[in-house]
Design a binder for this molecule. Structure first.
Ligand code: NDP
Length: 357
């Protein structure tokens, strides 16, 4: 028997209060259509925290499948797993292969999981780290689709502008833009000191950002007219919105006529309110993107997108996000869970938390 552990919750609330560690055992005799997976790495994404809080639209069902005393769900949505053993009818993967989940909602903050072939995507592991495979399916995939699916941007000419530029999604968009010849204006929050702001700007410029400005710089008239000059007043066709709230209005106002704002996050937790003239006279378009919905509807395309990003990663053309690695045993021992998972949404973090097993 395999001794397995999982971070589960049976009611919604603050992760540090509602998560608990559940131990169970998995039988060595697998049904023919199942695989036993061992988790290698799993990130702590903002959506994971919102899901546990009960404020996220997709809610995994509470069940008693793992033998918990009350019906529960396993937290986490993204991970890299190693195939530990396979049922007799499994053909597409072998022991030792790496896989990621095809969809979100599977529950990944656990040491082991039983899955079926339809749940997984095999990842060619050569040249990759566990963390690279564990973080490809949500953030970089989101950035890729938003740059490609909403406006027809032309390399060498067109620009996009984004806030939350130092987020996982933002860093991915910067790098994909660089690869495709798209120029980017990247908005970050002012850091605590000017030195820290400069160092964050440099980090993003090194990744391939064309311009990096702070939220407060975006408020100044001179920056707004500079943006017009850079983009010839007509080539800023796409905005990516991670933040919402009044700071996003300043971004929207820089878009060229006919431009398109794609919203994918709401880190400020504030609504976006817009002067109607931007829709009537400037013909701006507003859309939303949700990678979970897109992945479920475009399974083959998701596979291709993930493989393309991983190939760029192997070739050194796509850099990792900064992460804070947390050993599973450390994170799940005693009070440390609060530190590990509880801080998952606080701003100004030095990197995304990733559980490593
Ligand atoms: P990361 O954990 O990598 O980064 C978080 C980002 O949010 C940082 O840039 C941080 O900036 C910023 N931030 C935190 N608090 C605030 C605040 N109060 N106001 C403005 N910015 C803030 O995030 P991800 O890239 O994983 O996710 C970013 C957002 O995108 C989340 O809302 C997430 O849910 C969403 N998302 C949506 C997807 C979709 O399909 N719709 C897919 C993937 C992500 P700072 O360093 O200044 O704190």
């Amino acid at each position: 028997y395999t001794q397995a552990k999982a971070l589960v919750y049976s009611k919604y609330g603050d992760p540090s209060e509602v998560l608990s560690l559940h131990t169970h055992s998995i039988s060595p005799s697998l049904p023919p259509n199942q695989l036993l997976l061992r988790t290698l790495a799993s990130p702590i994404n903002p959506a994971d925290i919102n899901q546990i809080q009960g404020v996220y639209p997709s809610k995994p069902p509470f069940t008693s499948l793992l033998g918990t005393s009350v019906p529960s769900a396993v937290a986490g949505n993204e991970a890299c797993f190693e195939v530990q053993s396979i049922g007799s009818s499994i053909k597409s993967v072998a022991k030792g292969d790496w896989v990621i989940m095809r969809s979100t909602g599977f529950g990944t903050w656990r040491t082991h999981a039983l899955a079926e072939e339809k749940d997984i995507l095999r990842v060619e592991k050569g040249g990759l780290t566990e963390i690279q495979a564990a973080t490809v399916g949500v953030n970089p995939t989101t950035a890729w689709r938003m740059l490609v699916d909403f406006e027809n941007l032309e390399g060498g000419r067109d620009w996009f502008i984004q806030n939350g530029a130092n987020s996982g999604v933002g860093r991915a968009a910067i790098q994909l833009g660089r690869e495709w010849g798209l120029k980017s204006i990247n908005i970050i929050r002012d850091r605590k000191t000017p030195e820290e702001t400069e160092s964050m700007k440099k980090e993003l410029l090194d990744l391939g950002a064309t311009k990096v400005i702070t939220e407060s710089e975006l408020q100044s008239r001179s920056t707004v007219s500079e943006i017009k000059e850079w983009t010839s007043g007509k080539n800023l066709k796409l905005g990516l919105n991670c933040v919402g709230g009044p700071v996003t209005l300043a971004l929207v106002k820089t878009l060229s006529p006919g431009g398109h704002l794609v919203t994918y996050g709401a880190m400020s937790k504030q609504p976006l309110s817009l002067p109607t003239g931007l829709l009537i006279f400037k013909d701006l378009k507003f859309s939303g993107f949700w990678v979970s919905r897109w992945s479920d509807a475009n399974s083959a395309e998701k596979e291709k997108t993930v493989e393309s990003i991983l190939q760029m990663t192997r070739e050194g053309r796509f850099k990792d996000i900064p992460v804070q690695e947390m050993r599973w045993e450390w994170a799940t021992e005693g009070e440390r869970l609060v530190e590990a998972v509880g801080g998952g949404l606080e701003g100004f973090r030095s990197g995304k938390g990733v559980l490593v097993f």
